[in-house]
Design a protein around this ligand. Sequence first.
Ligand code: UD1
Length: 415
Amino acid sequence: MAGLIVKGGQELTGEVVASGAKNAALPLLAATLMLRGDTVLHNVPHLMDVVTMVKMLNSLGVRAELLRGNRVMISNTKKVRHIAPYELVTAMRASFFVAGPLVAYTGFAKVPLPGGCSIGSRPIDIHLSAFEQLGITHRIEHGFVELHAKQLIAGVVKLAFPSVGATENVMMAATLANGTTTIEGAACEPEITDLALLLNRAGANIIGYGTPTITIQGVESLSGTEHSVMPDRIEAGSLLLAGVITGGDVTVLNCVPNDCVSLLDALTQTGIQIETGPQWMRAKHGTSFRGIAIETQPHPGFPTDMQAQLMALLTLASGQSEIKESIFENRFMHANELMRMGAKIRLDNRSAIITGVPHLTGCEVKMTDLRAGAALMLAGLAARGETRIHGLKHLRRGYDDLPGKLRSLGATIIE
Ligand code: UD1
């Protein structure tokens, strides 16, 4: 199993540039299935999930190429195919983002059921219910979801929970519906705003994105355009924590501090001093920090994708912390690995009670998902001695060269 070795004990200092957001790039790429002509996406992070989505587009008859300089060129000029390959959807759940664009653009989509993953069972019932409300019928057979719609029926679509993926899927589909669709109970994540901005540039008419009520006035067609992917707020937060956990001083550039407010608030509560500017954020050198209580929530609450990394930090806080995971039912796998490094954590259903310890010690650990991987890297950077982390494929799926970025700040990481 491929892994890496992190040598602990070095203070990380300096400036580092955050890449484009994985969670924005994936739906943006899926949306190009509906954009007739040529599209160029800039600031696309170079990571495995993006490579998988680019393969998906090619398999559906759209020419997509990942180029140097973090650009993807997409040419959608031929007939788009309807059937998403099993191996791509099961390799990455976000492949299900192609369902909405495909059915809206061609009237029919056949997409394998994505299945669960290490952080939870991850059903698609909210996506399917939202599609139904748009007049898209579905049938599940032989492991595939088949979606049909002669014509999309615009109207009110109510989401039972602000699912990020369901909001994106139904927002994409509704751009080609006949009439006005209102999504109620929509997710408010910044990545949804980025998707709406691309779609509007392509000719869509969407307002209210970034709020729980999104209104989409359907249009006849969408055409190719140019767009730059928003900065990755989760990568930016992970890099900021690398400075804090090593007692260093890291400034993250090319990020949007406003998108990271709940993380910055949590860090401020621990006593860490934060500075921000229009496109940068800094956690100040040498400050000690205390335990806090946080709960993961849909945006603008604390993001589940930063929970593991914050837990790594809180293992070294003075006093006790509590983290409640409210989004995914099984997202504490990293806790057991952190305990192997000397952390004191008690798991109680969906809560983790963390009692700060003076130091962690390096050992062999394994990543179970990509954010757990980032958390173990942070812990390894702060630990005494060497940490050997297995399961590198998880990190490569979701981060654009995190080890390289950490090395640029002074870390010793051997791949
Ligand atoms: C997206 C992000 C992921 C992040 C998550 C929550 C991408 C590519 N991924 O995932 O990094 O952790 O948002 O912020 O953007 N649910 C259902 N039925 C559904 C859909 C979701 O029960 O049909 C549940 C999920 O199991 C989960 C919760 O709702 O417990 C949140 O899921 P959702 O917001 O849909 O996450 P994703 O879009 O899959």
